[in-house]
Design a protein around this ligand. Structure first.
Ligand SMILES: Cc1cc2nc3c(=O)[nH]c(=O)nc-3n(C[C@H](O)[C@H](O)[C@H](O)COP(=O)(O)OP(=O)(O)OC[C@H]3O[C@@H](n4cnc5c(N)ncnc54)[C@H](O)[C@@H]3O)c2cc1C
Ligand SMILES: *[C@@H]1O[C@H](CO)[C@@H](O)[C@H](O)[C@H]1NC(C)=O
Ligand SMILES: *[C@@H]1O[C@H](CO)[C@@H](O)[C@H](O)[C@H]1NC(C)=O
Length: 421
């Protein structure tokens, strides 16, 4: 029996799970509601590691995604004069290295757009009749969820109401679906702050910037990265453990207030200051948040289920957020295809099978966070020495990950029910 499914959020995992569900049963009626009026294809570089390339390969999208990948050649740690303190090479195919650059690095916008376009193309290839296939609703969100034995009654921001067999919350770290289905208290308590505030935005390239990423530690617990690779603009990532109350409060206010709060914290930093301050003030893709992990005991409440960052954001400091959300899309669609009309049974299996992947990607102690952000010049000097030593050791012993690469695929459950190409 086909299902009436609502997906909240057209980020990375929303379009992915829609495609997988349609492939398993072209008669499913799949609606994706996205709050933003157009596809939100901003954001900086993300890495595709572990299972992510395998899932994209199974979906027939890996070659296309690979062609969109950026070519970053490594990471250089620099002092305030721009002098190299340490160098980490990029991981080559089949290799694992300490550093920032993994084999597949892609701009968030490029993968969001590629998955969205692929879902539109698949939908037209299936020649879905009305009431079937994938439909996007932009510029709208959900305002109310009610559950009964008959399904989930959803109210939309335009006042419309509709009943669904299943609602998938793929609406990111600050998921409203999570709040509506689990309650404000449980939803807020699920956010485990790392005490780090991050701003991401693009700035013009400068002469001689090359293809290396650059990292810099500034006094007062600040960490700054530039990532240029072979692109015409440079991505800037600013992190701070500054406990400015203004910063914390700014997320509930306007983007202008967020920009100002970050300027306040970074205005006296000691590397390319004018360039970053100008970017904080004027970039057109500024995005900021408080970093944290989402940890929940359960991923579903009745027939509402959480997918990706909404349910198990691991935080950019562990990386792997995109990996985890693609594994989630694959396992959720796979279990729904396998369990047929037993939606709640499928959600239980999804939760059970995701747990080990989630635990592995979330392994991280927030206690170590402070050590990564020295406060004083002396602390930074000590950290530079440590980073230099690690870079020398890493350069001598690149680890082979050949075996590991295949293992990542083996760890995924197999779902012939998904009818993948
Ligand atoms: C604008 C943006 C920029 C980002 N930049 C980076 C980055 O530079 N580096 C990094 O590591 N990670 C970044 N992330 C997070 C990264 O995309 C995720 O960690 C990861 O890819 C998992 O994706 P997801 O699909 O679960 O969530 P997301 O990619 O966060 O997508 C969630 C989607 O849901 C939509 N949405 C949110 N609330 C609602 C609502 N109430 N109703 C309807 N739709 C809603 C959002 O607009 C978004 O399109 C960014 C996310 C966003 C939204
Ligand atoms: C990176 O290099 C590969 C191989 O040379 C190429 O296919 C790809 O288009 C390059 N990426 C960008 C963003 O130019
Ligand atoms: C399919 O979903 C849309 C939008 O959510 C809804 O309006 C429509 O009635 C549904 N069609 C069927 C056959 O259930």
């Amino acid at each position: 029996m086909p299902l009436n499914v609502l997906i909240v959020g057209a980020g990375v995992c929303g379009p992915a799970v829609a495609m997988l569900l349609q492939g398993s049963n072209p008669q499913h009626n799949i609606t994706i509601v996205e709050r933003s009026p157009t596809l939100r294809s901003t954001g900086q570089q993300i890495d595709l590691k572990n299972q992510a390339p395998h899932i994209l390969r199974k979906m027939g999208l890996l070659d296309e995604i690979k062609a969109l990948c950026v070519n970053e050649t490594g990471l250089e740690v620099v002092d305030s004069a721009g002098k190299q303190i340490a160098y980490f090479g990029a991981a080559a195919s089949g290799e694992r290295r300490i550093g920032l650059t993994s084999e597949h690095e892609i701009m968030r916008g490029d993968i969001v757009r590629a998955l969205y376009d692929a879902s539109i193309k698949q939908n037209s290839d299936f020649k879905a009749s009305p009431g079937q296939g994938i439909t996007y609703l932009f510029g709208q969100t959900i305002t109310c969820l009610g559950q009964s034995a008959q399904g989930v009654d959803v109210t939309f921001s335009d006042g419309r109401e509709h009943r669904y067999d299943l609602v998938i919350g793929a609406d990111g770290q600050y998921s409203r679906t999570r709040r509506l289905a689990f309650g404000q208290e449980v939803s807020d308590a699920a956010f485990k702050s790392l005490g780090v505030h991050a701003a991401y935005f693009s700035i013009p390239r400068i002469d001689g910037e090359g293809t290396l990423a650059r990292g810099h530690l500034a006094p007062g617990r600040k960490m700054i990265y530039t990532r240029t690779s072979d692109r015409p603009v440079t991505g800037a990532l600013l992190f701070t453990m500054d406990e400015s109350p203004r910063l914390k409060a700014s997320y509930k206010e306007s983007v202008e207030n967020q920009r100002e709060a970050f300027v306040e914290v970074f205005k006296d930093m000691d590397w390319q200051t004018d360039r970053f301050i100008s970017g904080l003030k004027h970039s057109d893709d500024f995005y900021a948040n408080e970093l944290g992990q989402i940890k929940l005991d359960r991923l579903s409440a009745g027939r509402v289920v959480l997918l990706g960052d909404a349910g198990y954001c691991p935080s950019p400091f562990t990386g792997l957020g995109t990996n985890l959300c693609l594994v989630g899309a694959y396992v959720l669609a796979g279990e729904l295809a396998r369990q047929g009309n037993d939606v709640e049974g499928a959600l239980r299996c999804y939760e059970e099978k995701m747990r080990p992947f989630i635990d592995k990607c979330q392994q991280f102690s927030s206690k170590t966070m402070g050590a990564l952000f020295p406060s004083s010049r002396l602390g930074i000097w000590a950290m530079h020495n440590l980073i230099w030593a690690v870079s020398k050791v890493a350069g001598l012993f690149p680890q082979s990950q050949k075996g590991d690469y295949d293992n990542h695929d083996e760890r995924l459950p197999k779902y012939p029910e998904l009818n993948l190409p």
